[in-house]
Structures are given as structure tokens and as C-alpha cells.
Design a protein around this ligand. Structure first.
Ligand code: HEM
Length: 151
């Protein structure tokens, strides 16, 4: 049904932009030295990541089954599966930063003099940078798949 497709499309785009916003916010927040206040902000931002990722999966799967083109259009399309693989990789890459943010916050809460170890911060920066880079590829594959590439 056209209205269902429209609503799912609108939600899909809003969620995709929100997720991009979360990754961008983390990218900016970890650029400088992390104060306890920045650490708390990072935690708050990061908490929304999992929630938005879950929602985008639900709405995305909804588009596959209730979208105008029908599920056969996607499941036999390799560009669709590349898009899924990139999305999954971005999700897996986000696990390490999340674990670090939680650990750093806990340590900062117990010890006022706690400073984030330079090497750990450098490694988290690399993860977030890679996440952001891969995330940029998702809309490119989405656009190609929507136009029938990969069938
Ligand atoms: C499990 C996750 C996801 C699923 C199952 C999914 C599925 C879909 C489906 C079925 C379409 C419709 C394509 C068409 O019109 O034929 C679509 C479009 C789109 N998706 Fe996703 N998606 C997912 C995640 C994402 C993410 C994380 C982004 C982030 C950028 C994204 C960006 C887009 C864009 C920009 C379009 C519109 C493409 C166009 O019409 O040019 N999707 N997606």
C-alpha cells in the first residue's frame, strides 16, 4: 500500500539521519581531551545508538516486506546484502567504543583524577572514524539498490 510505503520511507530516512547525527556527535566529542562532563555526554549520546539501530532494523525490514517493490526485489539483490553487511559491520565496530565509554565513566566516577589513557582514546578514535567512513557508504549502496543495481 502506498501510504504504508510512504510512512516507512519517511521513518527510515529520519532514523538514518539520526544515526548519522549520533556518529557525528561521537566523532566530534572524542576529538579533544575527555573531561568528566564530556564523558557523561558521550554516554548519553551513545545510549541512543543501540535504540536507533534497533528501530532502523525494524523499519528497514518493514520496507522489505511492506514496501511497494516486494521482498523478492531485495533478497535476490547482492547490493542489498552489501548494504546489510556494512550496516552490521558498523554496529559491530561500535561495540568497543561503547564498552570503553562505560568503563571510562565508571573510573571517572570513582577517581576524580582519572584521565582517559591516551592509547585507549586513540584506539576508540580509530573505531569511530572507521564507523563514520563505512556509514557513508550505506546511502550509496541504498541508492544503487533502489534503482535495480545488483539484481
Ligand atoms: C537493517 C537495516 C536496513 C534495512 C533492512 C534497509 C532496507 C531498505 C529498503 C528496503 C529500502 C527501499 C529501497 C527502495 O526504494 O527500493 C531502503 C532505502 C534506503 N535506505 Fe535502508 N535499510 C537499512 C538500513 C539503512 C541505514 C543504516 C541507512 C543509513 C544511511 C539506510 C539508508 C537508506 C537510504 C538513503 C534509502 C533510500 C535509497 C533511495 O531511494 O535512493 N538504510 N533501505
Amino acid at each position: 500500500m502506498e501510504t504504508t510505503d510512504l510512512v516507512l520511507t519517511i521513518l527510515h530516512h529520519l532514523l538514518a539521519f539520526s544515526l548519522a547525527g549520533i556518529i557525528a556527535a561521537e566523532f566530534v566529542l572524542i576529538r579533544n581531551e575527555l573531561t568528566p562532563a564530556t564523558l557523561r555526554r558521550l554516554m548519553r549520546v551513545d545510549r541512543h545508538y543501540g535504540m536507533l539501530a534497533m528501530l532502523i532494523i525494524i523499519i528497514g525490514v518493514g520496507r522489505v516486506f511492506y514496501g511497494l517493490k516486494g521482498w523478492e526485489f531485495y533478497v535476490y539483490n547482492w547490493v542489498f546484502w552489501v548494504k546489510m553487511a556494512i550496516f552490521t559491520t558498523v554496529g559491530l565496530l561500535s561495540i568497543i567504543p561503547t564498552i570503553r565509554f562505560i568503563a571510562w565513566n565508571r573510573q571517572a566516577g570513582m577517581d576524580n583524577a582519572f584521565r582517559v589513557p591516551v592509547q585507549e582514546l586513540a584506539s576508540v578514535r580509530r573505531y569511530v572514524w572507521l564507523e563514520a567512513l563505512l556509514f557513508l557508504a550505506i546511502p550509496a549502496f541504498a541508492a544503487a539498490m533502489a534503482r535495480g543495481y545488483g539484481i
